[in-house]
Design a protein around this ligand. Structure first.
Ligand code: BF8
Ligand code: SF4
Length: 625
């Protein structure tokens, strides 16, 4: 295969420039490794390879000429369904464990004095009231303790009832659908454990029951673990408000100590942002000849601090190695999820220190400074000091920072949207009903080295806004849009006439940054609020979803809980399911009848935009608007 050019790897000029530099510096990147993996295994791509017991690996011949069953007798349908269920479980586990970590941080603050004061008392009360916790005349600390207990209970209760968070946030019509289908999540952890049990050798073999449990597991993520992560983060670190920030590799500054915070959990990153403003550390930085300390984000943790503090974001998933290639990063501080282990190798070519901080995520060859909530401030300062002391080790000849960055307006939490609209969603709903906004598409996360970096995100977004569809979204999609200038109100000039008019009236961009991937829960909450106001269920609304450059198991879980929440959802990359027609039929057709939403797969974003638009227009007709 011919080597892909930088232009074939990414549409982003900063990234293209760093790909060229990496080649010159002799650095291997994600795209080089993808090339070395070619051709990738066809069985694996179709999902018909099973390693769930040591009689395997077994593989099913997709052409029907070789084996049609594994050693135990499992068919392609069973194997594909089990593979998918395990992906959902892993994704749900990642989000939900993140959620648990935030609850634990609040618990540590309440019980052991960990330095995480409650920043947003208003949100604490609002969430507590939603969950039926008494707030009237009570101390903040007491309310918070009750809230922590409700969350702990959703992770650990043993009854058969729907988890409290889902029960309190989802509308009655939606809950009725879940009940009828038998997919109400009972306990966030239990569904994940049961997913592993069901997919163990010799347990569940019916693709229908396996996928129904996948739906249950994913709902425990979207309306459980992820929702808890978002709500507790807002309470501890502040609910995002509309703000301005900058995005792309150009936010790295040559004269400053650059610290990239990469990963997912603001329990760490929020503290680093704070520590980098410490006067003593700034003084130390100046002593070493730097003008100051420049903290920038990467991936979802970058979006967390961009949303809350306007901290610049250096890039999304496929740009993590590129940030190190600038040669100007003193430290890249990582916690969990979507962090390439290759960073350690890339960093060896420069002076950058990769610092791993999580007990559950160790990177061989990295510097380990493990985080502990109770000593959060102290450890954050130690990390920042380590970065500052690394400044004199730069090799000036290796520094090249691409001069591309864009401004971006973000911070669109549901609360911020409500504030912008004067306290109710009515102006937005009126615009939808009148047809000025034809509908809303929620686009979620990821880059995938198999897709030209950011191409699907930008193309799909542009096509949909032209059709007067408002976009909301999170994750690596959000960073792509931020880098491209789509999050600027003036970008509305590229939207269709009526969407442009609405954006101009409200002073908002045609696509709204709702945060990190756990913040997909914000989209669920928004969809649910609109459904309640219009007295319908979510699948009746002109709404759709897309994971156009999907890569992680988390994205599979998100897609599944979107579908299970009644949202028609596009996938721009192909999960390993094509080896079973039955599984594909369940996901793309039968799911409509069970939960009101289904998937469709379309790698071409222009074609996908057409399908999503037609779906939305069809929903409008059915709704009589
Ligand atoms: O949770 S969008 S590549 S960074 S998984 Fe990862 Fe995908 Fe990016 Fe964040 Ni989400
Ligand atoms: Fe093979 Fe069945 Fe074992 Fe899977 S569970 S590896 S199909 S024998």
């Amino acid at each position: 295969m011919a080597k892909w050019t930088p232009e074939e790897k990414s549409i982003d000029r900063a990234t293209q420039e760093m790909i060229r530099k990496a080649e010159r510096d002799g650095v291997e990147t994600v795209w080089d490794r993808l090339e070395k993996q070619q051709p990738q295994c066809g069985y694996g791509q179709l999902g018909v390879c099973c390693k769930n017991c040591m009689q395997g690996p077994c593989r099913i011949d997709p052409f029907g000429e070789g084996p049609t069953k594994g050693v135990c007798g499992a068919t392609a349908d069973t194997i594909v369904a089990r593979t998918l269920e395990r992906m959902i479980a892993a994704g749900a586990a990642a989000h939900s464990d993140h959620g648990r970590h935030v609850v634990l941080a609040m618990y540590e603050a309440l019980e052991h004095g960990a330095p995480y004061p409650i920043k947003d008392e208003k949100k604490l009360k609002a969430v507590a009231e939603k969950l039926g916790i008494e707030t009237e005349g009570r101390e903040i600390k007491e309310i918070a303790k009750d809230l922590v207990n409700v969350a702990f209970n959703d992770f650990g209760k043993q009854d058969e009832k729907l988890i409290k968070f889902a029960d309190s946030y989802a509308n009655e019509k939606r809950k009725e659908v879940w009940k009828k289908a038998g997919v109400e999540p009972r306990n966030i952890d239990r569904e994940i454990v049961e997913a592993m049990h069901r997919t163990h050798m010799g347990v569940d073999h019916d693709p229908v029951s396996i996928i129904l449990h996948g739906i249950r597991t994913s709902l425990g993520d979207g309306w459980g673990g992820s929702l808890i992560a978002t709500e507790f983060q807002d309470i501890l670190f502040g609910t995002p408000q509309i703000n301005r920030g900058e995005a792309n590799l150009g936010v790295i500054k040559e004269d400053y100590v650059n610290i990239v915070i990469h990963g997912h959990e603001p329990v760490l990153s929020d503290k680093i942002v704070e520590a980098a403003q410490d006067e003593e550390l700034l003084e130390l930085a100046r002593k070493y000849g730097a003008k100051g300390i420049n903290t920038v984000g990467m991936c979802c943790t970058g979006l967390e601090v961009l949303m809350r503090h306007g901290t610049p974001i250096a890039g999304n998933y496929l740009q993590q190695e590129m940030a190190v290639v600038t040669g100007a990063v003193e430290a890249m501080v990582v916690d969990v999820q979507c962090i390439m282990p290759s960073l350690v190798d890339v960093a060896r070519c420069y002076h950058t220190k990769i610092i791993d901080t999580s007990d559950i995520a160790t990177f061989p060859g990295a510097l380990h400074i493990k985080f502990d909530e109770r000593r959060a401030d102290e450890i954050a300062k130690e990390i920042v000091k380590t970065a500052v002391e690394n400044f004199p080790n730069r090799n000036k000849q290796l520094i090249q920072i691409p001069q591309y960055k864009s401004e971006a307006v973000g911070g669109f939490s549901v609360e911020a949207i409500l504030d912008a609209l004067g306290g109710s969603l009515k102006p937005l709903e009126d615009a939808i009903i009148s047809g000025k906004i034809r509908g809303v598409v929620g686009i979620v996360g990821c880059n995938n080295a198999k897709v030209k970096h950011n191409y699907n995100h930008i193309t799909l977004t542009n096509e949909l806004i032209k059709n007067n569809i408002l976009i909301i979204g999170t994750g690596c999609w959000a960073t792509a849009c931020a880098e491209y200038g789509i999050f600027l109100p003036e970008y509305a000039k590229n939207a269709g006439d009526s969407l442009r008019e609405v954006c101009e009236t409200l002073g908002i961009p045609p696509a709204l940054n709702m945060g990190s991937c756990v913040d997909c829960s914000r989209m669920l909450v928004l969809a649910d609020m609109i459904a309640r106001d219009l007295n319908v269920d979510i699948p009746d609304l002109p709404l759709a979803g897309s994971a156009t450059e999907a890569m992680t198991e988390k994205a599979v879980s998100i897609g599944t809980y979107f579908v299970s929440s009644g949202i028609f959802t596009h996938l721009g990359t192909v999960p390993p399911v094509l080896g079973s027609k039955k599984v594909v039929d369940i996901l793309t057709k039968a799911a409509f009848d069970v939960v009101g939403g289904a998937f469709f797969i379309e790698p071409d974003p222009t074609k996908a935009a057409k399908i999503l638009t037609e779906y939305i227009e069809d929903k409008r007709k059915k709704l009589g608007i």
